[in-house]
Design a protein around this ligand. Sequence first.
Ligand SMILES: [Zn+2]
Ligand SMILES: [Zn+2]
Length: 363
Amino acid sequence: MTTKRDYYQVLGVDRNADTQQIKARYRKLALKYHPDRNPGNKEAEERFKEAAEAYEVLRDPEKRRIYDQYGHEGLQGSGFSGFRGFDDIFSSFSDIFEDFFGFGSSRSRASARRGADLRYDLTISFMEAAFGVEKEIEVEKAHTCPSCEGSACEPGTSPESCRYCGGTGHISRSQGFFSIRSTCPQCRGRGTVIRHPCRQCQGTGQVLQKKKVSVKMPAGVDTGSRLRLTGEGEAGPYGGPPGDLYIYVNVEPHEFFQRDNNDIVCQVPISFVQAALGDTIEVPTLNGNKKLKIPKGTQPGDIFRFEGEGIPSLRGYGRGDQIIQVVVKTPTNLNKKQERLLREFAAIESAKLTTRIKKMFNS
Ligand SMILES: [Zn+2]
Ligand SMILES: [Zn+2]
């Protein structure tokens, strides 16, 4: 056998530390070096085993006395050396851990929990997203039962001590060398049972209720934005803190505007004459119509930009732009005169084209 470190040194406690201090130190070390938290780490595994062994001896007054007097050899000589296979330790550790997590404050630990978070999907219009909006929504969620005030007992009654575990919340069983404590299955570690459950909440301590919640959407929210309303989730069981309410935003499409982050993209139709000769047109923006100058010779798909006419940034400063793409429309249903003029135009165009082609081949 290799040399062993002093058990007190292993746990980092004083030689006259009491059981509470030893337990507290061990719990800290066991959590730190637990193999689940340190996969493949040999050193952590060694520390974990070493701490477990030290704890098993120092928690037991008889073994501790022998160890104090005779050291490691003392335990070997007394028949205590049969520290069983480490696999046994690991298999029993889940129980020990359960015990530890509830240790000292098992009642409040086992009962008071944080309430559940809730999700609410909210659809708003394009304009509401652009300008911000305040909405009132109705959320059905668990509230503390008004009849029993969350105690889950019928008013006038109170929880009784659990007979199965004698009110401790734990049961102990011996497993060879170890005495394993685990959470009482009857009362789930609470130490008490409820003989007369509250009728209004069926002994759950909570009732479902609808509540109106006001949600303030800042300007600039978009589909996929998520807002958190702290404390607006479900009530925590047995007096635990409430969860949060998350609002998932969905923005409806707009018939004219599209969104590209904070930019607004739109398409504006112009006639081929406007494209060729140039013109000034009116374009809708978030803040009413605005004049846009179309230069001579504008091509289909050309892009113009109104700076700062887009969506306000959610971060609170600056705005996107409005991007305008022109769509050149080919005229239909021409009257006689229009058609005649276009044919004249075409004749000139083709004459120009012929001249250009001739030039190309003659050069
Ligand atoms: Zn109730
Ligand atoms: Zn019990």
